[in-house]
Write a protein that binds this ligand. Structure first.
Ligand code: SIN
Length: 275
């Protein structure tokens, strides 16, 4: 297995792995190291082998069943199907595609997510990229005055808050299981200790310690800052590609610019704590 990095780019490309061979302990350790160091990892040319993907995902932590249980994979709730323009019951019909808004998975839960893995089984000929923003770099570049201002602030998060038609209406059971939660605006990465700007337009509703108008203005400024092009990476998909993202240090968005079939298998890795 080889880890290749393009200078100045977010992410590392991993070569030399195949679904025809079980991952070794050494490879799994190297994959977790690469995700921590580079925020994103990409592996090409994998077969659609749900068992192999789950073994990889589980090494990073518990695989959390997604809130939208109607899209769980028929074999396991550890994997969700994100499909569009497909002639299948799992194909989404929301006005805009699933995930087509900036978000960090599970920021709407008390214990947010460590990582996400997306595996592409169907890719449009044009479009359907995924954008990734580096929230560690965004925090590091904030002016000292802003760092001081947001240091002790908290924000409330809720699933589906501002998703522009990219999420379906929740059932009452799904809503009951996912109340609003509060997180610090600046989170410390549990593994690297870096400070991360932990707010995202999709799920972050408000700043709790400020009056509404002031808090919303601050959130707007933080979103504009963190979505500057210099913090963004555009991931272009190929069939059989696996993308892993460190959800503790990034947010992402599916680009809504395609009409052809697109289908991903998604695993969300839960919180594993510090250390
Ligand atoms: C997601 O955010 O879960 C999906 C992203 C994508 O489909 O590119």
């Amino acid at each position: 297995m080889k880890v290749s990095v393009s200078p100045g780019q977010l992410g590392a490309e991993i070569s030399g792995l195949s679904t025809s061979q079980a991952l070794t302990d050494g490879e799994l350790v190297a994959l977790t190291d690469a995700l921590l160091s580079h925020r994103a990892i990409v592996i090409r040319d994998l077969d659609e082998d749900v068992g192999w993907l789950r073994r990889l995902g589980r090494y990073f932590g518990p695989l959390v069943p997604h809130i939208l249980d109607q899209y769980h994979h028929p074999e396991t709730d550890e994997v969700s199907i994100i499909a569009r323009n497909m002639n299948s019951p799992a194909s989404r019909t929301t006005p805009t595609p699933a995930g087509s808004f900036w978000h960090t998975d599970l920021s709407y839960k008390d214990q947010p997510s460590d990582a996400i893995f997306l595996y592409a089984t169907h890719v449009p000929l044009q479009g359907g990229d995924t954008l990734v923003a580096n929230l560690a770099a965004a925090y590091a570049d904030l002016p000292q005055s802003t760092k001081a201002k947001i240091k002790n602030l908290t924000a409330t998060h809720r699933f589906g808050w501002n998703t522009g038609g990219g999420t379906p209406k929740l059932t009452s059971a799904q809503e009951r299981a996912h109340p609003e939660v509060v997180h610090p605006v600046v989170r410390q990465h549990p593994k690297t200790g870096e400070k991360i700007l932990f707010v995202n337009p999709g799920y972050t509703m408000c700043i709790n310690e400020l009056p509404e108008v002031e808090g919303n203005a601050l959130l707007g400024d933080l979103f504009t800052h963190s979505l500057h092009e210099k913090y963004q990476h555009r991931h272009r998909w190929e069939k059989g590609m696996l993308l892993g993202l460190d959800n503790r240090a990034t947010m992402h968005k599916a680009v809504d610019d395609y009409d052809e079939p697109r289908r991903m298998l998604r695993m969300i890795v839960g919180y594993t704590g510090s250390g």
